[in-house]
Design a protein around this ligand. Structure first.
Ligand code: CP
Ligand code: NVA
Length: 333
């Protein structure tokens, strides 16, 4: 068997990107509210092809004219920054990291001026922001596509990697799969609710009272689920959430920007820890997913984290492949 991807497969991948039948070209990626199931699947399909090429160190899909990504970070990042930067290098482009201190967006100059000036130099802007409205303003005032690299409301690009990982683990995505989410009803859960509903994956969340996901995301996920046959369950019971689950997902109890609430949250979330007892209610074959960074001993025990590290690190790796796919679909060949 050939060690490298055959030319026909590379051509099929190039055609998938070039023809762009799902309409990604020049589109913003601010929220999964605005991403169709077909567009979500296109990201996964292109990512599968790019991942195979990357594992063989084949540069068969890359730009002929070097493209540029500006990355604006109002909050810290390891995965998002490095996966975007490495991805742009793979595609023969370049990424520029801009911390908010450096550029003073909304302070040294307006968001609109930042968006407009960057639009004259770069092909895409990715921004990690405190207020979701900031990515919306960058998108509405600039002239290049904007990617939400995490906001207080949603982490859409995390969901691409999460669903690719689930697809790799299970072989396929659909109504036969159950993803359980235990913990804070936050930006990561919001993206997962929409992603699972769109791809027909059952999702069950267990969150403490007062920490449920935004009802707008729950209502939209339930609306979409009626069409795709997915089940969307939101409750307060972590055991009920993980019962018979194929994957158990958790995230930090205190998100970036909520540090003042850390102590209070440690108490509220203690019964929602993903530990071996909780995992005994999921399927024996269940995997654990975590967007990272993880706080061992808080939302997940060291034991569970270590046992499931191969899947969790694969999930982190998949940030690279799915974001390369997204960039390729947005920019084109
Ligand atoms: N999961 C994630 O977005 O990681 P970073 O905060 O390190 O980018
Ligand atoms: N919910 C977390 C995700 C980090 C990737 C946060 O917003 O800090």
């Amino acid at each position: 068997m050939s060690q490298t991807t055959p030319n026909e497969e590379i051509e099929a991948l190039r055609t998938l990107i070039a023809e762009d039948v799902t309409g990604w070209r020049k589109k913003h990626c601010l929220s999964l509210f605005d991403v169709s199931a077909e567009q979500f699947r296109a990201v996964l399909d292109v990512a599968v092809g790019l991942k195979a090429l990357d594992l063989q160190r084949q540069m068969a899909v890359a730009w002929t004219y070097p493209r540029t990504l500006a990355m604006i970070f109002e909050k810290p990042s390891l995965r998002t920054r490095v996966s975007f930067e490495a991805g742009m290098t793979h595609l023969r482009g370049h990424a520029i990291n801009l911390s908010s201190n450096e550029i003073g967006m909304g302070n040294r100059e307006s968001v609109a001026d930042v968006a407009n000036v960057l639009s004259r130099w770069v092909d895409v802007i990715a921004a990690r922001v405190f207020r979701h409205e900031t990515v919306e303003e960058l998108a509405s005032t600039g002239t290049v596509p904007v990617i939400n690299a995490l906001s207080d409301k949603e982490h859409p690009i995390q969901a691409f990697a999460d669903l690719l990982t689930l697809q790799e683990v299970a072989g396929t995505l659909g109504n036969s799969l159950k993803l359980a989410y235990v913990g804070d009803g936050n930006n990561v859960l919001h993206a997962l609710l929409l992603a699972c509903a769109k791809l027909g994956v059952n999702i069950s969340a267990g969150c403490p009272e007062g920490y449920l996901p935004d009802p707008l995301y729950v209502a939209e996920a339930k609306r979409i689920a009626q069409e795709t046959g997915a089940k969307v369950e939101i409750g307060h019971d972590p055991i009920r959430a993980v019962r018979d689950a194929d994957a158990v997902y958790t995230d930090v109890w205190t998100s970036m920007g909520q540090e003042a609430e850390t102590k209070e949250r440690l108490g509220v979330f203690a019964p929602y820890q993903v530990n071996t007892t909780l995992m005994s209610h999921a399927k024996a074959s269940a995997v654990v997913l975590h967007c990272l960074p993880a706080h061992r001993g808080e939302e997940v025990t060291t034991e569970v984290m270590d046992r499931h590290a191969p899947t969790i690190y694969e999930q982190a790796e998949n940030r690279l492949h799915t974001q390369k796919a997204l960039l390729m679909l947005i920019v084109g060949l």
